[in-house]
Ligand binder design. Structure first.
Ligand SMILES: [Zn+2]
Length: 77
C-alpha cells in the first residue's frame, strides 16, 4: 500500500525536502490509481503504487510544496 509507505517515511523522517534537506512534515493525498480485477463475484483491488500526494515541507520558512506521484524520489534509504 503506497500510502502506508508515504506515512511511514514521514513518521520516520525519511521523506526529505529537496530544498532544505530536512524531513518533510506533512502530506495530503489527492489521488490514487487503483487497478481493479474482477474475478467472478470477487473484486480484487490491486494497488498500482501510483498514489499522488501533495508534500508540504513545513520546516521554518521553507516554502517547498509539491504535488507529485514521484514522492519515492524524496525518500532517503
Ligand atoms: Zn524544506
Amino acid at each position: 500500500m503506497s500510502l502506508e509507505i508515504i506515512k511511514n517515511a514521514i513518521a520516520n523522517k525519511k521523506m526529505i525536502c529537496p530544498k532544505c534537506d530536512k524531513p518533510i512534515q506533512k502530506f495530503d493525498k489527492f489521488a490514487e490509481t487503483i487497478d481493479a480485477v474482477r474475478d467472478g463475484f470477487n473484486v480484487l483491488e490491486i494497488d498500482s503504487h501510483a498514489s499522488r500526494v501533495t508534500l508540504t515541507c513545513g520546516n521554518g520558512d521553507c516554502d517547498f510544496h509539491e504535488r507529485t506521484e514521484y514522492w519515492n524520489n524524496y525518500i532517503a534509504d
